[in-house]
Design a protein. Structure first.
Ligand SMILES: [Zn+2]
Length: 165
């Protein structure tokens, strides 16, 4: 059974904690619409640390695979999820320009009850291509769907086509 983990992100960073585990792709809610099949797992390592200026940060490293739906043929497209992001933890109301502009580092609000799944989900969604597709020419033909399944209806389909011309 998959158990969700929550961390106090600020405490996590200040004490240099680390948490690692695996999340089944099927447990990542906002990913489901993009998937052909909800198979696979995403391995994660979340590490808290303070940078040289003493700012609390989280490093999220993901390594796994998901089966996206190809936007051309709608078949499964194996997509490796491999990324490392560093997130600056920002405390209430402190999300000002200076922290946002800081060398394209992402900021998230510090949270005493940060959901690890939500954190991983956000990083995956940000990394996915807008319209995933197989490389050109490698799509499989769509199974079913384009052909009449009942043979007796074919003549009507042909007639309909003739009338339009
Ligand atoms: Zn395809």
């Amino acid at each position: 059974m998959f158990a969700r983990h929550f961390i106090d992100s600020l405490d996590f960073a200040r004490n240099g904690r680390e948490l690692r585990g695996e999340i089944p792709v099927s447990e990542i809610p906002r990913l489901q619409d993009m998937l052909a099949v909800a198979e696979g797992k995403i391995g994660y390592v979340v590490r808290g640390f303070q940078d040289k200026d003493g700012k609390p940060k989280l490093e999220v490293a993901l390594d796994g695979m998901c089966q996206l739906r190809c936007q051309r043929c709608l078949n499964a497209l194996a997509y490796p999820v491999k990324l490392v992001s560093r997130l600056l933890l920002v405390q209430g109301g402190e999300l000002d320009e200076s922290s946002v502009e800081q060398d394209d580092l992402d900021s998230i609000p510090a949270d005493g009850h940060q959901d690890i799944v939500a954190l991983v989900e956000e990083e995956i969604l940000l990394s996915l291509p807008f319209a995933p597709k197989h490389p050109a020419g490698t799509c499989q033909p769509v199974a079913g769907g384009l052909e009449w399944s009942e043979p007796e209806r074919k003549p009507f389909a042909a007639l309909a086509g003739l009338k339009i011309e």
